[in-house]
Design a protein around this ligand. Structure first.
Ligand code: CA
Length: 246
């Protein structure tokens, strides 16, 4: 289920939008200020952010978008605003937003844009990981004979890149997710610094922010931890990185 963060302070509009997004099958977090939005973005691996420009408090929508990008997070952002001027659109896009919808907007159009960005994100993710985006079926061993990491009630198959979660859900992992789990398996029990993830999983330690690692960890916890906020397998080591235990 895709997770959408909705940042909107107008109560009536916010509740209506949340209702319709949930109806469309998304998991929705609703917050009303820029500060809360940034906390949510840090805490939760999100698939899309719908961000109102005019927000109460000390951070407006464009500042929130900038802060999200500065942290190395490339979640799609759709900005909402009451004003539809060329200048506002440019400021929003320059701040890092992917799209811009002026109020009052047509609900169906907004939902179509949400679908579009979520779809694009899946494509980008695959393309970004080419050429090893999906495992070569010819190289996959017969079912049940793959190299498997089992922990808790989770299983990760390193050949098919399929994971079965504690909840019984079967998920196709991305190349980066598999690489992270492989590193965990290799370094089981040891503290792995964030820089080591960037080096081994991304191969470009200098150009990425360590927040990138945290975002992937959040998603993996969401998949594999029955209680992601009290992880039992993917443990955080404050100020350093992560440690994996079965
Ligand atoms: Ca507003």
């Amino acid at each position: 289920m895709s997770r959408v963060l909705l940042v909107e302070d107008e109560e009536h509009l916010a509740l209506g939008l949340r209702f319709n997004l949930e109806n469309a099958g998304y998991e929705v977090r609703l917050v009303r200020t820029g500060r809360e939005a940034l906390q949510e973005v840090e805490r939760e691996a999100l698939d899309l952010v719908i961000l109102d420009v005019m927000l109460p408090g000390d951070l407006d929508g464009t500042q929130v978008a900038r802060a999200i990008r500065r942290a190395g997070n490339f979640v799609p952002i759709i900005m909402l605003t009451a004003r539809d001027t060329m200048e506002d659109r440019i400021v929003g896009i320059d701040a890092g937003a992917d799209d811009y919808v002026a109020k009052p907007f047509d609900l169906d159009e907004l939902l179509a844009r949400v679908r579009g960005h979520l779809r694009r994100q899946v494509w980008d993710r695959r393309r970004g990981e080419a050429p090893e985006a999906l495992p070569d079926p010819a190289e996959a061993p017969p079912e049940g004979e793959g190299e498997v990491l089992a922990f808790g009630d989770n299983r990760v198959d390193f050949h098919t890149w399929k994971a079965t979660t504690h909840a019984g859900q079967v998920v196709q992992l991305s190349g980066k997710e598999v690489a992270i789990m492989r590193l965990f398996a290799q370094e089981e029990g040891k503290v792995i610094p964030r820089g080591m993830f960037l080096e081994k999983v991304w191969n470009e330690p200098a150009t990425l922010e360590t927040r990138t690692v945290d975002n992937f960890i959040l998603r993996l916890r969401k998949l594999f931890e029955p209680d992601p906020r009290n992880p039992r397998h993917i443990l955080g080591v404050r100020g350093v990185g992560y440690r994996f235990v079965r």
